[in-house]
Design a protein around this ligand. Sequence first.
Ligand code: URA
Length: 226
Amino acid sequence: MTPGRATPGRTGPGRDCALCPRLVAFRDELRRDFPLWHNAPVPSFGPENARLLIVGLAPGLKGANRTGRPFTGDYAGDLLYATLAKFGWASGKYVAGRDDGVWSTDTLMLKDVRITNAVRCLPPQNKPLPAEINVCRQFLSGELTALPKLRAILALGRVAHETILGTLGLKRSAYKFVHGALHDLPGGLTLADSYHCSRYNTNTGVLTPEMFEQVFAALRSHLTRT
Ligand code: URA
């Protein structure tokens, strides 16, 4: 594995995954217009022995869809990676590009945390359809079973929260999405909720950097206790 690079792993879709016709059409268009971009399902990033899995919504157009690494190259990633670094979950330099760290000795590395998305391909207007979310759930399911030390999952936003519950076969009504909540799930897993760290949410004050840090502080003490 190349440090700093997202790797397809054993559980992800292939580069030309054809499961969602609308997303494939969008991808084909972008491959024509921006041939140097990643323009493919974005693989998860981080070690497979992680105890914490962070689940976002879907790649951003000029972020993960361009760079090929979750949350890399857009505002949401600036906040996420800075917060991870603050709590010791990330080290090295986040330069928000495709070649992040490849030419330097200060490669961005995650420790004990892995990052993925509920939907692996870029959806138009950043809005995946319910059918696309359902189809892509198989990859989240594969991800969950491939992480032997997994103890906690952080859902960034309601869609991620509901997708995680669906993947685990749990009822939404039993675990409401509440920013800052830590839900005890069957089997000893914990599901933590945060508002998504999108530019929109931070610009509108729905999520402040302090609120985001509180979620990570709670997760850190939870993982230290368990
Ligand atoms: N980038 C991602 O990879 N996921 C998100 O949810 C947002 C930005």
